[in-house]
Ligand binder design. Structure first.
Ligand code: NDP
Ligand code: 8X3
Length: 251
């Protein structure tokens, strides 16, 4: 059997990086995407002894760059079986009336439009082959709005709606579409959200948050089911978390 190829956006950190390591363990060849070239190089160098790895450096906000990067793939990496739409972040945590417009732009442009651009570049070849699996990384924030979460929650609600739309429209083509929606995961997410402010250090204190590897295992579970099974939608929390606002902390 030929080895599968997965393209992972946001592979330089957190959930995307952990997914790259998980997939490599299972012999899945990788296209790693992100903007930080040194990290792409570092991860590629570590995984190349297990699988074939190609890296693409582009900003998912930039339509032209995104299409150009995917078109530039060498022949051996052109047939993408699995797309992990993971790149994304929260920017800011403010009441809507105090929200920063550039934060709103970033979240809608990266989390929503970026996911659409990458998918648009890859769906035609999946349709041609009448097979493929798209996993969109949503969030518990895509299921439930929490105080000050406004636009981030909106972006993840959009990811869920897009996932459901993709599942319907790609159904005639035999393409699986899944949403994996984690709650709190200990990654660089809060550093980005709080722009390096020390507040980020407190987010994962007093309880054991999900680790990126926990999410990566669930993603691998979804992509490794037999052909007739599609894991359509997963909501996963750490044990300490019951909802976006209820987290049992011991401080
Ligand atoms: P990290 O900050 O650790 O990773 C984010 C990744 O996204 C990085 O690899 C970053 O790469 C990439 N990225 C960000 N902006 C862009 C861009 N403009 N163009 C290309 N790549 C970009 O966070 P997580 O691993 O936690 O986040 C991954 C996904 O999981 C996100 O969609 C997030 O919303 C979601 N999520 C996270 C949760 C959490 O609590 N951590 C919970 C639920 C969902 P680079 O900077 O190199 O471009
Ligand atoms: C990340 C989880 O609760 O910070 O999507 O929105 S949360």
């Amino acid at each position: 059997m030929t080895q599968k190829i997965a393209l992972i956006t946001g592979a330089t950190s957190g959930i995307g990086r952990a997914t790259a390591y998980e997939f490599a363990k299972h012999g899945i060849n990788l296209i790693l995407c992100g903007r930080r070239q040194e990290r792409l190089d570092e991860i590629a160098a570590e995984l190349r002894n297990q699988v074939a790895v190609h890296s693409l450096n582009f900003d998912v906000r930039n339509k032209e760059e995104t299409f150009k990067a995917i078109e530039s793939l060498p022949n051996t990496f052109q047939s993408i079986d699995i797309l992990i739409n993971n790149a994304g972040n929260a920017h800011g945590l403010d009441p809507i009336q105090d929200g920063d417009i550039s934060d709103w732009d970033a979240m809608m442009d990266i989390n929503v439009k970026g996911l659409l651009y990458v998918s648009k570049a890859i769906m035609p070849q999946m349709i041609e082959r009448q097979s493929g699996h798209i996993i969109n990384i949503g969030s518990s924030a895509g299921k439930e709005v929490y105080p000050k979460g406004n636009v981030y929650c909106a972006s993840k609600h959009a990811v869920l709606a897009i996932t459901e739309g993709m599942r319907i429209d790609l159904n005639p083509h035999g393409i699986k579409v899944s949403a994996i929606n984690p709650g709190l995961v200990e990654t660089e997410f809060s550093k980005v959200r709080f722009k390096g402010d020390a507040k980020a250090d407190d987010v994962y204190k007093g309880y054991k948050a999900l680790q990126p590897e926990d999410v990566a295992e669930v993603i691998y579970f979804a992509i490794s089911r037999p052909a007739h099974i599609n894991i359509a939608d997963v909501l996963m929390f750490c044990t300490a978390q019951a909802s976006s606002t209820i987290v049992k902390k011991e401080l």
